[in-house]
Design a binder for this molecule. Structure first.
Ligand code: R7I
Ligand code: MG
Ligand code: MG
Length: 312
């Protein structure tokens, strides 16, 4: 596997998150971000990237994922200024005080959170375990999701993003022109459907299959048919639609489209950014796109270390 794709995944996630943060949610959130959204002149990243960094550092240290330790590490890192979900903060505070994640994760919502917090960081699981294959990745996705998200919808959303990144890593862009894009979209979506078990995801992916090769969906169509909110079921499908629709375009065009639709812009940007980066690699992103974003050197360093770790 090419290091450019490792860099592409993590940088795509960072870029989608940091550039999307100023557009997230409603008026109040955007107002707050106007005051705290810059750090030393650079655009701040949010919880999406922060949790991904924790995952990457964890894997680099242990060369595997240990959910109990990971839950503690997530908990230690939480800062309100990164814009965490309210349920996530609640759970992580309990874990920090010594409660097991198995207990904490269903305290606030009895079936566990259906938010997209497991899906937003899951691309890192795919690149860390890429050489181990998809079954190992799926096992880890479930275990890692459950440290904060016990809800089946949240876990399924994470599984979908993990698999999309996995398939995207395998696409050879030098050959993409020779493959009719129409067939590529169809085969990716068919593969995806084969691993999805929840009906509401299946329906949305079927809808994407029907619409992906037509006109780009408008804002109101996205909101009506796919959703653009904080629940995994309302953000994962839109992220994968955007990544497939814009895979041959500049990452900025994809992100501008996502930000215009609005809603959970940082997270949808992070998930789509990771998939886009897995297809195209960092070398396809102009430096100017990320030159004013916080954390670029760190993300590059962690991506390289993950790349080297998977060789072992
Ligand atoms: O899923 P999570 O980590 O949130 C990630 C989102 C991303 O957009 C980040 O950028 C950040 O902004 O937050 O955090 P949770 O708090 O677990 O879930 C997010 C929200 O979904 C919660 O604050 C609730 O509003 C809602 N939610 C639920 N509401 C009712 N019942 C999640 N699960 C439930 C539920 O079971
Ligand atoms: Mg965020
Ligand atoms: Mg978000």
């Amino acid at each position: 596997m090419d290091i450019d794709k490792y860099l592409g995944v993590f940088m795509g996630l960072l870029i989608g998150d940091a550039l999307g943060a100023p557009f997230e949610s409603g008026f109040l959130e955007r107002l707050v971000w106007r005051f705290i959204g810059k750090k030393a002149g650079k655009q701040r990243y949010t919880d999406d990237t922060e949790m991904s960094i924790v995952l990457a550092k964890h894997f680099i240290k242990y060369n595997r994922f240990e959910p109990n330790i990971l839950a503690q590490e997530f908990a230690k890192e939480v800062k309100w200024s990164r814009g965490y979900g309210r349920g996530a903060v609640y759970i992580l505070k309990k874990i920090e005080k010594g409660m097991s994640y198995q207990k904490a994760a269903t305290l606030k919502y009895k079936n566990g959170s259906f938010g997209n917090g497991a899906a937003m960081r899951v691309a890192i699981v795919t690149i860390a375990l890429f050489n181990k294959g998809i079954e190992e990745i799926f096992k880890a996705v479930k275990n890692i999701s459950e440290t904060t998200h016990m809800n089946q919808e949240a876990i399924e959303g994470a599984k979908i993003i993990a698999y999309m990144v996995y398939m995207a890593m395998k696409i050879d862009i030098n050959k993409i022109d020779k493959l009719p894009s129409l067939n590529l979209n169809d085969s990716i979506l068919n593969n995806l459907l084969s691993i999805v078990s929840l009906k509401n995801y299946k329906e949305k992916i079927e809808f994407i299959k029907e619409s992906i090769n037509g006109e780009t969906l408008t804002k109101s169509e996205i909101i009506k048919f796919l959703g653009n909110g904080i629940a995994a079921i309302n953000s994962v499908p839109f992220a994968l639609y955007s990544a497939l629709k814009y895979k041959d375009s500049d990452i900025k065009d994809m992100l501008n489209y996502i930000y215009k639709v609005g809603g959970d812009t940082d997270t949808i940007g992070a998930m789509a950014g990771a998939i886009w980066g897995a297809i195209n690699g960092l070398s396809s992103i102009q430096k100017a796109t990320y030159s004013k974003i916080e954390g670029v050197d760190l993300i590059m360093d962690l991506s390289e270390k993950l790349f080297l770790a998977q060789k072992n």
